[in-house]
Design a protein around this ligand. Structure first.
Ligand SMILES: [Mg+2]
Length: 156
């Protein structure tokens, strides 16, 4: 559980972090070791889910050293698949992190939606529906490891 009390914004208790894969956790289908280490550290506090259409067919192999739950979604209907996954899991207990157009339903429907700009860019549609935009995944994961940074940005 990750408790975030963000003054004049919201008080949230997070059980789940849900990530898009390509362009968010991975670049060209690969996840950096620094990212894997931060995911494993966070997995001591929260459940971590990765939702991907697995474009490069290598997500399982690349995430084998991590404590994440991998879910393969459809290539044709990814937006709804991701949105449905969040609804089943519990949108009040979750933070979603993504970069693409097909992340919109998950980012819009959780307590905190985060858009990663990354090296592959992000959808402007998803960006304007997010609570926060972060330039890369490792900086994003550091926000959960050091929540005061996140609170400082979002307090009103
Ligand atoms: Mg993506």
């Amino acid at each position: 559980m990750l408790k975030l009390n963000i003054p004049s914004y919201k008080m949230i208790e997070i059980k789940n972090l849900i990530f898009d894969y390509n362009g968010t956790l991975a670049k060209d289908g690969l996840v950096k070791d620094t990212t894997k280490n931060k995911l494993n550290k966070l997995s001591e506090k929260v459940n971590i889910y990765v939702l991907t259409a697995d474009t490069f067919n290598n997500a399982k192999k690349n995430l084998k050293d991590t404590n994440v739950n991998l879910h393969i979604i459809s290539k044709e209907n990814g937006t709804n698949d991701k949105g449905d996954f969040i609804k089943e899991l519990g949108n009040k207990d979750s933070i979603a992190i993504g970069n693409g157009n097909n992340d919109i339903e998950m980012i819009k429907n959780v307590e905190l939606g985060i858009c990663i700009l990354g090296d592959e860019g992000c959808s402007t549609f998803t960006m304007i529906n997010s609570d926060l935009v972060i330039k890369n995944i490792d900086d994003c994961l550091d926000l959960f490891i050091n929540p005061k940074r996140l609170i400082a940005t979002l307090r009103k």
